[in-house]
Structures are given as structure tokens and as C-alpha cells.
Design a protein around this ligand. Structure first.
Ligand SMILES: [Cu+2]
Length: 171
């Protein structure tokens, strides 16, 4: 009887782990292209952890050092630094890593990142119990955020607004 109880709890734990591994949704990921000699760049995306998690690490073979960063205003001066203890991803809430806010900082770059290529990126998450899981990504290199970026799951659309806004009719 005791043995059976143990077996079923092990099976449950395995099922929970499998669910967690697939419980991080990554959308609109991109890495900002660099010019020759540039030492650092940022990677941006929207993360949704279905059951809640923390983003505790990032790595990529193209950079010597990669960190989860945040931009903050300190007495009117823009500063950025590593997010201590990882970035909190509340359950089911989309968290945007974007220019001017949270981002993945890639420093000591080993080569120029050219638009149209892609970069392998590994994200490390920790769940509420401290269990680590990894998500491997292939992230496109781009000069600017892909269209539709700011709008999450909406269909991509043109945000350039170069004279294509419908003219307002005079009353
Ligand atoms: Cu940074």
C-alpha cells in the first residue's frame, strides 16, 4: 500500500515537471543588429510563464557575458544593470523585454551581428519550487523591433504611418 502511494507521487512529480518545461511562452524575440567593433547589444521578447517562474539566466555563444538587465531612471539619469535574483514572471502575465525596460544584455560580443542572421539563445527559468528549466531559442537579428512587436498576439501590422493614415473628413 505504501509502495503504491510512493509510485503515484513520483508519477505526479514527473507530470508536473513536464508541464513546467513547456509552460514558458516566448513571442516576438529579436536581437538588435550591431556594427563592426560594437561590444554589446540587447535581445528583446515577450515572456509568459503559465504557472509563474523567474528568468534567472541567459547565455549565447556569440557573447562572452550575457545578463538579464533592466533600465531604470535614477534622479533623471537612465541607468541599467543586472536584475538581482532574476526577473519575476507572474503566472499567465505577459512580461515584455523591450527597449528602455527589461532586456537581455549581450556583452563582449565575439562577432558582428548582421541583420537577417540568427543567434542561438538559452534562457534559464526557475519555478516556485526552485526547479530549473531551460528554453533554447534561435533568435533573428534585426535592426528594429519586428512589426507587431508591441501588440503581443495581434496580427503583425504596419506601424510606420508614413502618410497612410486615412485623412479625417471635414465636418
Ligand atoms: Cu543592458
Amino acid at each position: 500500500m505504501k509502495f503504491k502511494t510512493l509510485m503515484s507521487s513520483v508519477a505526479l512529480a514527473a507530470a508536473a515537471f513536464a508541464a513546467h518545461a513547456a509552460a514558458i511562452e516566448v513571442e516576438n524575440a529579436w536581437v538588435r543588429a550591431t556594427v563592426k567593433g560594437q561590444q554589446a547589444t540587447g535581445a528583446f521578447m515577450t515572456l509568459t510563464a503559465k504557472e509563474g517562474a523567474r528568468l534567472v539566466g541567459v547565455s549565447t555563444p556569440v557573447a562572452g557575458v550575457s545578463q538579464v538587465h533592466e533600465m531604470t531612471m535614477d534622479a533623471g539619469v537612465m541607468k541599467m544593470g543586472e536584475v538581482k535574483g532574476g526577473l519575476d514572471l507572474p503566472a499567465g502575465k505577459a512580461v515584455a523585454l523591450k527597449s528602455g525596460g527589461y532586456h537581455l544584455m549581450m556583452m563582449d560580443l565575439k562577432s558582428t551581428l548582421v541583420t537577417g542572421t540568427s543567434v542561438p539563445l538559452t534562457l534559464v527559468f526557475k519555478d516556485a519550487k526552485g526547479v530549473e528549466s531551460k528554453v533554447e531559442l534561435t533568435v533573428p537579428v534585426a535592426a528594429v523591433a519586428p512589426a507587431g512587436m508591441a501588440h503581443g498576439k495581434e496580427a503583425p501590422m504596419d506601424h510606420s504611418m508614413h502618410g497612410n493614415m486615412p485623412a479625417k473628413k471635414a465636418p
